[in-house]
Every structure is written in structure tokens, then in C-alpha cells.
Design a protein. Structure first.
Lengths: 208, 387
């Protein structure tokens, strides 16, 4: 299915440059297209029968951000993963202009509205032409994009200290520690009460 | 909190143009009982008529997808529970299936039966919460008490199986944690026999009630095209007259061996795709679940409940998208693995997330009280939306 679709896409959308990714061992195949032609590709796929946009998700790699559009055809019962690669841009702060840009597909499926907002909020991608590109899960004044791999949890948020020492409930930690001390040899109590050290030793035995 | 706005050019109620007046912005939620959780809907009203509704979500956001990147594959399951806390068994099953498909794990037959059993019981429990709370939304308090009584019976069984009432950590990669005994199976059988009759009674009391029909028929109509455009799934899609159920169309587990019907909304009391149709789909799905559970009780066989899974799970590099039919719609897991001990990226496609995005097209032109009926009928759980 993927090979047929990719040759169709190549003829329908010039410059889309579709490449089929076949998994090495297990998993799903996907088609990678040029990011600049994503809107045309999505329009072409919709006319091919992919009437539902199931999901839009992004993955952060060291050198790029990979967007995955998961589309489904409910009449022929098919599903396809379309990928587009973007640069990483500058994900610090809250500035849309420094983020990687891609055309929005809200005009093709309205489902993309919330999904693209989530991608923007979590991964920092600027969807050009989106009717209402605001943060969705985090507050509007949030800094940074949490699902990027280099995201650092801030020590201060709006001059408030995050997790101040006096508010951390040390009783919880002490409770856990005391349990171990009181029981002594956890293996003698029951099979499920193993200490972490014992786990590690057994892991090593497995040849890990 | 409210403020005045400039009036819009035209305000329509159905096809009728009505007198313009100042628009009032109201916040419904985040602590409003009718929003079923911490959802805030910013509504612009012209007297009693809603002109616009903007959902604001994220009050329950825990960035589950970030946490997962630091957890081993087994450790993810308790986090998955906390997404849809009313349908935790189905959430776990979807995740376990995703990993098993990548690993190529064989799940023992008894475990497959138990998984279907708990998933269908969970579907009943989840629909009962919908049914009960929807009754409250519509002003019928008694339903709630009846429904929660029956739901409690299911939760008690789950508590015996897993040790927890709502967040189970029961369905594991390769099988299920604990075996079910004959006494418990017998109780399930008795529950089905009793509950089937009760449910018929509830449906007659509520679904055929004139006031309930007046409140829900022709209200919150979603057409087939709108559903596909917004990516709606589950009872919402079926309520709009689309015959689509993953258990039939893309069978997973052992569903292909089971005999049951897909319930589709027919517009019996009003228009196809209105609140009453979505109610109808859920009620009759419970009967179908009972049918499936009876077949499980007949077919269940002795054997182990846990397959062979290596002590440290390492999923081969690659990606997969797996979707399952949960009580509220399709749940999809998109897993990207780099061959390590933790997922490189796990994205959850939540059905409630897509359903709540439909509010801006559902709300305009409705009365405020009908908006409550509409939000109730799409049956959202905020834990799954915000993740």
C-alpha cells in the first residue's frame, strides 16, 4: 500500500519527494515527504480517501524534529503514517518566530486544530496559517516546550520558586526508608517485597 | 467573572434571526459540576442562547508523555491508568497490546479471556458513570444512585483481582497479573443475569421518559461529515449513524471469535446524531457487553495467565501505532523505540481530546441548559484529555 501511495503522491504533488520507510524488524511503515509540501500532500491524501486525521505528533531527535501525521481511511479501513522533518529552531522562551515553521492543515481536517495546538505547546512548532495557535495544555505564559529532549525544568516560574525545600514532604521519603530498615531482609517477608539492590543483582545475572 | 462585549452582526436560533443584545461572557467551570472534571468552557451568551463556546483544557496536565521517557516499559502501566481513570483496564490493555505487538509476545488463552472479561466489565462500569451523571445533568437524581450501586459491584470484583478500585495495574505485558477464580466468575455470571433486567428497567425509566426525550432529542446534533472532519470515534461516531467499531473492523485480542452487534444511532426519537442517539448507543452497548461476557464465561479455559516475557523488556527499534476501542472511543498509542529500556517517545491519541474540540461547532445556537446536555452526552474524562 505504501509503495503505491508514494508513487501516486510523487505524481500528484511535485516536489513532495516521498520516501517509504520500511521497518528493519517489526513495526509500521511510513512515508516521509518534504515539509514544505505538507499541505498539498494532505489535500492529495484526503482526495485519495483518507478522511480522518487521527493524530499529529512530533518527536525530537538531536538534529531535527520529526512530525508524524497519522491518517485513517474509514471506508477502506486503512491507516497511514506520513512524516515530515523540520529543523529544531530555538526552543527557549516563548517566541513563535524562532520556532521551526510548517504549513497548518486545519483547512483540510478540522481535527488538526487541537492536535496542532498540542504540538506547538509541547514541542514548539509554528504552524503557519493556523486560525488560533495558542498554548493548550500549559498556561499561556509558560516558557519553553516541555517535550523537547533538552527542556530543563525551570527553577523559577514567574518569580515563584518551583518545589521550595520547605514544601517537599520529607515524611514520604522517611516512610519509605523506615520500611526498609524495619523489615530487614525483605525477601523473607514475601516474594513481592524485594529491595532495589536485590533487583539489580538479578538484573546482572540476566546478562544485562 | 463576566464582562460585556460588542454585539455580533447576526444571532441565529435555528433559522430564526433574533433580537441583538449585548453579549455576556461566562466561564462555565473549571469547578462546575456539569463539566465532569476540571474543564473550563468560556461561553458567550446572548441572554439564554449560546453564541460561542471555547473549551480551555490543561488543568489536569501532568505531562505523562515526558514522565514515560524515564520509565521502563513495565513502569508505564500505572501512569496509563491515570489517564482515563474510569476506563483504566481498557487503557492498560491498549498499552500492553502495543508493546506485545512489537515484542511478538504470545499471550496465553486464559489471559486473553480475562482481558476481554475485565475490559467489557470496565465498559459497563464506565457507561454506568455516564448514565448516572447524565441523569443528574438532566435533573434525574435517582438514576445516579442506582447506577453507582451496580458499578460498585464491578469495582468490588476489580478490587479483589487487582487490589485497587479504580487504578488497577492489572493488565501486564504478556498477560494479566493475577488469575481469576471460579467463585469470582460465578459472581460475574450472577451479576450479568441480574443486571440485564435492571438495565432494561433503567432504560425504560430514563430513556423512554418524556422529559428526558424532550431534553435530549434534536439537541447537539452531529452529522456524519462533522464527525469525520473532527476525527470523532467511539459512541459519538456510532451515534451519528456510522457503523464503525474497532472490535469488529480491526479485531484485536480474541474479539473476532465473539458474536456481538455494533450499535448505531438511528434517530429514533429525533435527528440522527443527537444526544438521545448517543445515549441509546451507550445503553445498548452495555447489553452487547453482557453478551460478550457470557461468551467469555462459557469459553474460558484453564491455563497460565502470564506469557514469557524477558525480565528486562527491550523493545526493538522501530515505531508502531496501535488503536483499541475504549469505552469513550478509540485510544491510540504511537510508540517510537530506539531499542533501549525506555520508550523514546510515547504519544497517546485520546478520543476525548478530539471530542472536546467539537464543542465550538456544537454549542452555537443552543440554550445554556442544552449545552450541559451536550457536554454530558459526549462523555469526557479530563484525565485523558490533559494527560
Amino acid at each position: 500500500m505504501h509503495n503505491e501511495l508514494s508513487s501516486k503522491l510523487a505524481s500528484l504533488v511535485s516536489g513532495s519527494n516521498p520516501v517509504v520507510n520500511t521497518p528493519a524488524t517489526v513495526g509500521d511503515s511510513s512515508i516521509t515527504v518534504e515539509a514544505a509540501t505538507i499541505l498539498e500532500v494532505c489535500k492529495a491524501l484526503k482526495s485519495e480517501g483518507f478522511n480522518v486525521c487521527q493524530c499529529i505528533t512530533a518527536t525530537d531527535y538531536a538534529d531535527r524534529i520529526e512530525l508524524t501525521y497519522i491518517l485513517a481511511d474509514f471506508t477502506k479501513n486503512l491507516e497511514i503514517l506520513v512524516k515530515a522533518n523540520l529543523g529544531r529552531g530555538d526552543g527557549n522562551g516563548n517566541n513563535k518566530e524562532t520556532l521551526p515553521k510548517i504549513n497548518s492543515v486545519v483547512s483540510v481536517w478540522n481535527a488538526a486544530n487541537f492536535l496542532e495546538r498540542e504540538c506547538y505547546d509541547m514541542m514548539g512548532i509554528n504552524f503557519v496559517g493556523h486560525p488560533d495557535l495558542r498554548r493548550i495544555l500549559t498556561p499561556d505564559d509558560w516558557q519553553g516546550y516541555p517535550l523537547r529532549r533538552d527542556y530543563i525544568v525551570q527553577e523559577k516560574y514567574l518569580d515563584m520558586v518551583v518545589n521550595p525545600a520547605h514544601k517537599i514532604n520529607s515524611a514520604d521519603h522517611m516512610f519509605g526508608k523506615n520500611l526498609k530498615v524495619e523489615i530487614g531482609d525483605p525477601k523473607k517477608v514475601s516474594a513481592s517485597w524485594k529491595s532495589n539492590d536485590a533487583d539489580e543483582i538479578e538484573d546482572a545475572k540476566d546478562g544485562e | 467573572m463576566s464582562s460585556h462585549h460588542e454585539p455580533e452582526d447576526k444571532i441565529l436560533l435555528g433559522d430564526q434571526e433574533i433580537i441583538k443584545s449585548d453579549l455576556l461572557t461566562l466561564n462555565m467551570g473549571p469547578q462546575h459540576p456539569a463539566t465532569h472534571g476540571v474543564l473550563r468552557v468560556e461561553i458567550k451568551t446572548d441572554s439564554e442562547i449560546v453564541v460561542d463556546a471555547i473549551p480551555h483544557i490543561g488543568y489536569l496536565h501532568r505531562c505523562f508523555e515526558k514522565h514515560v521517557e524515564h520509565l521502563d516499559y513495565r513502569g508505564v502501566i500505572p501512569y496509563v491508568d491515570r489517564m482515563d481513570y474510569l476506563g483504566a483496564m481498557s487503557m492498560e490493555w491498549g498499552y500492553a497490546l502495543t508493546i506485545e505487538k512489537m515484542l511478538g509476545t504470545e499471550v496465553p488463552k486464559r489471559a486473553e479471556y480475562i482481558r476481554i472479561l475485565v475490559a467489557e466489565l470496565q465498559r459497563i462500569a464506565s457507561h454506568l458513570v455516564y448514565f448516572g451523571t447524565y441523569g443528574i445533568d438532566m435533573g434525574a437524581f435517582t438514576t445516579f444512585l442506582y447506577c453507582f450501586q451496580d458499578r460498585e459491584e464491578i469495582l468490588r470484583l476489580f478490587e479483589e483481582l487487582s487490589g485497587a478500585r479504580m487504578l488497577y495495574n492489572y493488565v501486564w505485558i504478556g498477560g494479566v497479573w493475577n488469575d481469576i477464580n471460579d467463585d469470582q466468575l460465578n459472581r460475574v455470571k450472577n451479576f450479568c443475569d441480574r443486571f440485564e433486567g435492571e438495565l432494561k428497567k433503567y432504560h425504560q425509566l430514563v430513556g423512554e421518559n418524556k422529559i428526558f426525550i424532550e431534553r435530549t432529542a434534536h439537541v447537539g446534533v452531529l452529522t456524519k461529515e462533522q464527525c469525520f472532519d473532527y476525527g470523532a470515534t467511539g459512541p459519538v461516531l456510532r451515534g451519528s449513524g456510522v457503523n464503525w467499531d474497532l472490535r469488529k473492523n480491526r479485531p484485536y485480542g480474541m474479539y473476532e471469535k465473539f458474536d456481538f452487534d455494533v450499535i448505531v444511532g438511528k434517530g429514533e426519537k429525533g435527528t440522527v446524531g443527537d444526544c438521545w442517539d448517543r445515549y441509546y448507543v451507550r445503553i445498548y452497548e452495555m447489553f452487547e457487553s453482557i453478551k460478550i461476557i457470557r461468551q467469555v464465561l462459557e469459553g474460558i479455559e484453564e491455563g497460565p495467565v502470564m506469557g514469557k516475557v524477558s525480565k528486562i523488556i527491550k523493545v526493538p527499534a522501530g515505531e508502531i501505532y496501535m488503536r483499541t476501542e475504549c469505552p469513550r472511543g478509540e485510544l491510540g498509542y504511537h510508540l517510537i523505540s530506539d531499542g533501549g529500556k525506555t520508550p523514546y517517545r510515547l504519544k497517546v491519541k485520546s478520543s476525548c481530546f478530539t471530542h472536546v474540540s467539537m464543542l465550538p461547532i456544537l454549542a452555537p445556537g443552543q440554550m445554556v441548559a442544552d449545552l450541559v446536555a451536550t457536554i454530558g452526552s459526549i462523555d469526557i474524562v479530563l484525565g485523558e484529555i490533559d494527560r
